[in-house]
Design a binder for this molecule. Structure first.
Ligand code: ADP
Length: 611
């Protein structure tokens, strides 16, 4: 062995190690990530070289971790490209060290504490976080190169000698300090490899047992990955969750590099959605499972992996927030998700409709949050219609705009089988069903985007089409009143409720004696503004309209009683008709329900006494 060459790395560096040790104490596990990813890099580089050059030593690439409890050493070795004497001076003494110096300069002040307790890698020098002495024994793949042995006990002084290492690659021996005995443990090492290096595409052995899964599915070409592989990968990443609804394989080269697989999970419990589901990787090395800065807020329900090779491993949250690349990535992801939804919609509408229930809230919310997203998916927005079939609004519009007088009728699920719906359907008109809290906002949003569209709730106003316009105005009696006037007076008197307006119309259907109508704007305001709900709480909003159907024989009979021998009975029937209308609109108070029941019993009593 030749005499050792000794050196000092830099002058103003004595203060670095106390800083590194102190600041990174809570994150000291990351030295494993740094050293193992360096080892895998060395193998990746050699694999590339192997395409054009020949070298000795075979291609059974592997990284090995071993430890010796008695000696308190942890050894990480690879059979990658290795380093020559020159290279070790350049890469370790200069480059690796300049990273550490920069780090110490930047983070020696108190204010930055929070920033570095996130994610900060220090490359090779992180080994000094846990070691009192570090050795590198390395032999380059290059022909006739000599093995080199580098030793440093302080991180600032080093010595280099030759070594008798005969095979290609690098071995790093850490002499662990007193506080770092935990790394002399197979279980601990395996756990760390699983956490940080699970998808590095090189076998990583801990005490000759492979500890990583290895297959970073996201880096494979989408065309070569089978559907089962995607599912299996999801189950691997997120065990014990139900099957995802669909996935998107991202593969971008320009203007930034990004690969990833994002899954749309089936959300069975609301809380699940708030978990951090997207894991961030940098060249297959796990960085963080808080990729929220990259993913627009409405997409944080997604699960999966994103790999951004140009993101430095030492990525901190504040870095992510300020990086212009992050904004680009985020809009790219939005666009891709939009494209995927449209593609599925066009390719397999049946399947898309099946998933719609699970994704609709997210799609609607996303549309309102991100204009670009809405623009991308607007043609795939679905609503159920009164026949329980899914329709897009454009399809609905094309089918109905003439018939519906340029209106989009809508109702909620509860009103699906209401008299309003019956009235509409009896005239061959169609309505769409809204089914979630978000819909009242969403409808407003859609009107803003499509000025032609006017949504109208089925119970807000009677569609012209259900009113019989051909009905003659009616004969005038000696008091100059039509039958309609008399019905109005009769109902006003019989019900006498403040805020209630009675209107009389002849409806095409005779089966419905009366319906309650609520002005569209009041309904919308009450649904959006919870402060108005107190007014709703007692049943119906104060101001509403009862439209009495002058074609109904029940109404006619009641009027006859009222104007004839039994006005009291007429009034009872009028009240009954109003209550039935309240019942149909599902807004009856407990008190109204009580009165209704008692009156019904009485009327039936009268009816049966006639026999
Ligand atoms: P980084 O990996 O970010 O470049 P490091 O401090 O981790 O910084 O390493 C500095 C350099 O040392 C690497 O770029 C590489 O050239 C060299 N190096 C480190 N570890 C190995 C290894 N196991 N095999 C070959 N070269 C290595």
């Amino acid at each position: 062995m030749s005499t050792a060459e000794k050196g000092k790395i830099s002058v103003d560096t004595e203060n670095i190690f106390p800083i590194i040790k102190k600041w990174l104490y809570s994150e000291k596990d990351i030295f494993i990530r740094e050293l193992v990813s360096n080892a895998c890099d060395a193998i990746a580089k050699l694999k590339k070289i192997s395409l054009s050059e020949e070298f000795e030593g075979g291609t059974d690439y592997k990284v090995n971790l071993t430890f010796d409890q008695k000696e308190r050493t942890l050894t990480i070795s690879d059979n990658g490209l290795g380093m020559t004497d020159e290279e070790i001076k350049k890469y370790i003494n200069q480059i690796a060290f300049s990273g550490a110096t920069e780090f110490a300069k930047k983070y020696s002040s108190e204010e930055n504490k929070a920033e570095i307790i996130g994610h900060f890698g220090l490359g090779f020098y992180s080994s000094f976080m846990v070691s009192k002495k570090v050795e590198i024994i390395t032999k380059s793949y290059k022909k006739d190169s000599k093995a080199v042995h580098w030793i440093s006990e302080s991180g600032t002084d080093f010595s280099i000698t030759t070594s008798d290492k005969s095979d290609r690659g690098t071995t790093i021996i850490l002499h662990l300090d007193e506080d770092s005995g935990e790394y002399l443990d197979k279980w601990k090492l395996k756990e760390l490899i699983k956490k940080y290096c699970d998808f590095l595409p090189v076998p990583i052995h801990v005490e000759s047992e492979q500890a990583n899964k290895m297959r970073p599915l996201w880096s494979e070409s989408p065309a070569s990955v089978k559907e089962e592989d995607y599912k299996e990968f999801y189950n691997y990443l997120f065990p014990f969750t139900s099957e995802p609804l669909f996935h998107i394989h991202l593969n971008v080269d320009y203007p930034f590099r990004l690969q990833g697989i994002l899954y749309f999970p089936k959300i069975t419990h609301e809380l699940e959605a708030s978990k951090n589901g997207v894991k961030l990787y940098c060249n297959h090395v796990f960085v963080s499972d808080e990729a929220n800065e990259l993913i627009p807020q409405f997409l944080t329900i997604l699960k999966g992996t994103i790999d951004i090779p140009d993101l430095p491993l030492n990525v901190s949250r504040s870095y992510l927030q300020n990086d212009p690349l992050v904004k680009k990535i985020s809009s790219h992801i939005i666009k891709k998700i939009g494209d995927k939804l449209i593609e599925d919609f066009k390719k397999d509408r049946e399947k898309f409709e099946k998933n719609w229930h699970d994704i609709s809230i997210f799609v609607k919310y996303g549309s309102m949050m991100e204009e670009k997203f809405y623009d991308a998916i607007k043609d795939a927005l679905l609503f159920k219609n009164s026949d329980d079939k899914y329709t897009t609004l454009t399809e609905y519009w094309d089918r109905n705009k003439e018939k519906n007088d340029k209106k989009i009728f809508y109702a909620n699920e509860a009103e699906k089988s209401s008299v309003y719906m019956d009235l509409l359907k009896s005239q061959g008109l169609e309505a769409v069903l809204v089914d979630s809290r978000i819909d009242s906002h969403f409808i407003q949003f859609l009107e803003g985007k499509n000025p032609d569209w006017k949504f109208q709730r089925v119970d807000s106003e009677l569609a012209d089409q259900v009113v019989d316009k051909d009905e003659k105005p009616g004969v005038v009696d000696q008091n100059n009143k039509t039958e309609s006037d008399r019905i109005k007076e009769f109902f006003d008197k019989a019900i006498g409720r403040e805020g209630l307006e009675i209107k009389v119309s002849s409806l095409k259907s005779q089966e419905v004696p009366a319906v309650i109508l609520l002005p569209e704007y009041i309904r919308r305001m009450s649904e959006m503004n919870t402060s108005m709900n107190s007014e709703m709480a007692g049943g119906l909003l104060k101001n509403h309209t009862l439209t009495v159907n002058s074609s109904s024989s029940l109404v006619k009979n009641a009027l006859k009683s009222y104007e004839g021998v039994n006005p009291a009975k007429g009034e009872s029937i009028a009240k009954q008709i109003y209550d039935l209308a309240l019942l149909s609109s599902k807004v009856m108070t407990d008190q109204e329900m009580g009165e209704f029941t008692r009156r019904t019993v009485k009327l039936l009593e009268e009816l049966t006494s006639l026999n």
